[in-house]
Every structure is written in C-alpha cells, then in structure tokens.
Design a protein around this ligand. Structure first.
Ligand code: FES
Length: 362
C-alpha cells in the first residue's frame, strides 16, 4: 500500500478496481481514504484523517467494479483513473508470459466459418467475402451475433460499392457505424452526414439509413441488442414524417487528438457514446505500442476490429494471430490479453455493451 496521507491525498490501495457483487437494497460504505484493510469497503481506518466513507445503496443486484486507487471521479465506481497513476501501462509480467507459454496456437477453422475459436467462446475471425449477402451496392456479412455465441452484441460488415445503397433499418436495436475506409455520406432518414475513414455514427433503433458511397467503402455496424433482423425497408418519408430523432441532431464523431485519452504509453478515444445518443453501445478507437497487455477482463461484451498492425490475441489456454481486417469477439468476463507484435503499433476499433469506459477492466 502506497502511503500518501502526508499530502492529504488518499492512499492508493490498489492500481486496479475490486470486483464486487452488490445486493439490491443493501447499504455499503466505500473506503475513500484508501487505508482500509477491507478494500474496497471501510473498516474505520479513516479515523483522524479528513476522509469519510461514501455510503451508497445498491439499486439492483449486480457485479460492479469499485475503485481501489481512490482517484475516481465517479466514486464508488472505477472510472479508469487508475490507468494514469503509473508511467507505463500494465504489461504481462515475466511470470504471466511463462505460465501462458504453452497456450495453443489456434488456426482458422473453415468448419466454423473461418474462426479461430479461443477460450470461453471468444474468437478471431477473418471475414470471408464468399459469405457476403448482396443487395444493390451492398455486400453484408454478420460477424458477431446470437449464432456466434454473443448474448447482446452484433457486428455486421458492410462493403458499399460507389453509388446509393438500399435502405437498412433495425426496428428494436441501436446501430453504431464505423467507417474503416472510403468516403461518402450516411443518410439517416433525410439527415445526411459526410463521412470518411475512422468516422463513427450513431443510428437510433427505428431509424433507417442509407450509404451514399463516393468511393468503395468498408463499414462495420455494431448492433445492440442483436436479436431480430436488420430489414431492407422502402425509402422512409422525408421532412416532418422522418423518424430521425432531432434530440440528437449530431451523430457523427471523428478522431480528434485533443480528445484522446492517454493511458500511460497508449491512447484511446471514445467516439460514439451517450453524447450523440448511444446509450447501449460505446465505440472507441485505440492504439497499442509494441507490447503485450497484462491479462484482464471486462464486465462487457466486446467486438474489436483490427485497423492496422499485427499482433496476437491471448486467452487462458489459446492464442491466435490478428492482422488488419480481423474481428475479435470477447464475451463478458473473458480473460484476455492483446499483444502488439508490430514495431509500428496496432490500431483498433472497439464497440461494447453495456456502454461505459473502455479504460475499465479487472
Ligand atoms: S481503481 Fe480507481 S479509478 Fe479504477
């Protein structure tokens, strides 16, 4: 335990949050001083300091990550602030690397549609264009969904030839688009957004959208919940009958280095989140230097798309190489570690449910 009390700062009890199962209606006292031996809860050790515990009542029974570094701005919950307390991102230790050295190298299996299936149903997939469904200018392929073992999240790859695509609509699910390459416009029921590489766009459930491609475009669509199908509706009405939700008039988010969060020696930027109306899915872009992250888990289900660079995805007993265009699926709580083996770094887009911060893991 680091002692910082002399600076009137709370003690850093740990550099990672604590996983806790809360019970609905129960009262908890979160330690804010960092001295408690019963982290993340209070044991009275704050006596004589300026700190007092934070009392809260669980509004539902659920697993949560409570802050142990005591630097969160969302107390008692971890908000990822612990990542900025160290000069380097937590990398796999020599012990971890030795323990996992016999992890099986998994090949893509044609019988499972080209997936390399890792532990816990996680997989790496290189999309096979032969599986695409064609309609007009679009070639679409579901890469993550219920039949792939996902509980909530779907991922659809859309290749758009130059021209105007048919309309697409999901009545009950939100869709978050990410342009991997190409230029054009996304029309959401009459509201048109200019897009290019690395633009994220939120489409609310019930709204129809169309891709107006100036050049060939590759677009990933994260969908939540994934049940039901994305239809091919007729052109929706324009003007006052449009279903475009004007409460969230701006739906497009691009990469902006000013908004990037530096997490030690790597960075990420949240693109689509609730600021543009997306309450279910958070989409982010990140860059990882030549390194191997420490093994960790999230309380969310996640889709990752490799944009550039090469690496290796590790789970408990398996590993599979990744390269640009590959998709990774990780179920909630699946332990994993992404290694970048490329001296130029690895760039990725991630989308996950439930929405939150990509900096939070345990
Ligand atoms: S443990 Fe404190 S912010 Fe995550």
């Amino acid at each position: 335990m680091t002692s910082d009390i002399k600076n009137n700062e709370p003690v850093i009890a740990a550099y990672k949050p604590c996983l806790v199962s809360l019970e609905e209606g129960k009262r908890y006292f979160w330690c804010s001083c960092g001295r408690s031996k019963k982290q993340p809860f209070c044991d009275g050790s704050h006596a004589g300091t300026k700190f007092t515990p934070l009392m809260f009542v669980a509004d539902k029974s659920e697993d949560v990550l409570l802050c142990a570094c005591k630097r969160t701005r969302a107390g008692p919950f971890c908000d990822g602030a612990h990542n900025n307390l160290q000069d380097t991102y937590e990398e796999a230790s020599a012990d971890e690397i030795a323990t996992m050295s016999d992890a099986k190298l998994v090949e893509r299996d044609p019988k499972s549609g080209g997936k390399a299936i890792l532990d816990g149903g996680a997989y790496v997939l290189t999309p096979d264009p032969a599986q695409d469904e064609h309609n007009g200018t679009l070639a679409c392929q579901t890469l993550i969904g219920a039949r792939h073992g996902a509980k909530h999240l779907g991922l659809l790859r859309m290749l758009a030839n130059p021209g105007i695509s048919p309309w697409r609509r999901h009545e009950d699910s939100d869709t978050v688009l990410f342009v991997i390459s190409g230029n054009g416009h996304i029309n959401i029921e009459g509201k048109i957004f200019k897009v290019g590489p690395e633009t994220g766009i939120y489409v609310k459930s019930g709204e129809a959208f169309q891709i107006q491609a100036e050049t060939s475009m590759t677009i990933m669509a994260a969908i939540c919940p994934h049940n039901g199908t994305m239809s091919w509706p007729d052109a929706p009405p324009n003007g006052p009958d449009s279903r475009f939700d004007r409460k969230f008039a701006e739906r497009r988010v691009g990469v902006d280095n000013e908004k990037a969060n530096v997490m030690a020696d790597r960075f990420f930027q949240v693109l689509v989140d609730d600021l543009v109306g997306s309450r279910q899915i958070t989409q982010f872009i990140g860059e990882v230097p030549l390194s191997r992250a420490a093994f960790h888990r999230h309380l969310y289900e996640e889709a990752i798309v490799i944009l550039s660079g090469e690496g290796m995805m590790w789970t408990e007993h398996c590993r599979a190489p990744v390269k640009p265009g590959d998709v990774i699926f990780l179920s909630k709580r699946q332990g994993h570690s992404l290694e970048c083996t490329d001296p130029n770094g690895l760039r990725l887009m991630g989308a996950f449910y439930p929405a939150g911060s990509p900096a939070i893991n345990y």
